[in-house]
Design a protein around this ligand. Sequence first.
Ligand code: DX5
Ligand code: ZN
Length: 220
Amino acid sequence: MSHTLIAPSVLAADFANLQRDIEMINNSEADWFHIDIMDGVFVPNISFGMPVLRDIAKHATKTIDVHLMIVDPDRYIQTFADLGADILTVHYEACTHLHRTLQAIKAAGMKAGVALNPHTNIALLEDTIEDIDLVCLMSVNPGFGGQSFIENTYHKVASLKDLIEERGCDTKIEIDGGVTNKNAKELAEAGADVLVAGSYVFKSEDPIATIKDLKTLLAK
Ligand code: DX5
Ligand code: ZN
């Protein structure tokens, strides 16, 4: 990826005006839709589930990046493929047989992602990195939008970038949580390929302009 992608997190959208917000992302310079699925068990919050994703997918014209914050994600891999997910990311901490889960995601026709909680060390991916299309580094504790960015993430991006380069693989790095215009450039310089931004985009006065400004900042 030559330039850093922006993936607005639909969790911060207005759910009473969801189609409007989906069209906004379609018409913006954003690259992906980031969709947060929470089960109230793996994380202390419940977001939304299959019927909502089905309807988002009907209107979305860009890559659908699904972030599963659920226990035992293997149960729903085929369902998410059928619903239109292009990338399916599971949590390292939620998978007993991560290698098997990654193979199952790919067999269902999706790109396979692994998310790491802020406390989870990059070294734990040393034996699977070549099998992972996307590593999502959580820069907040998963479960809620609108939290503050954890500064240790810069260090994790750099370690992960080193591992990917050492192995010569094509794994992309995504940063999720607390992304704003204050940290976007530094994250990209450290090696991030995709930045998820929820509150910063949706709570701004003009989300289309906010996305454009982020893209301009990253292109400099
Ligand atoms: C947190 C979610 C994030 C969240 C990001 O559990 O995975 O994707 O929506 O929201 P902001 O950008 O508001 O931190
Ligand atoms: Zn997310």
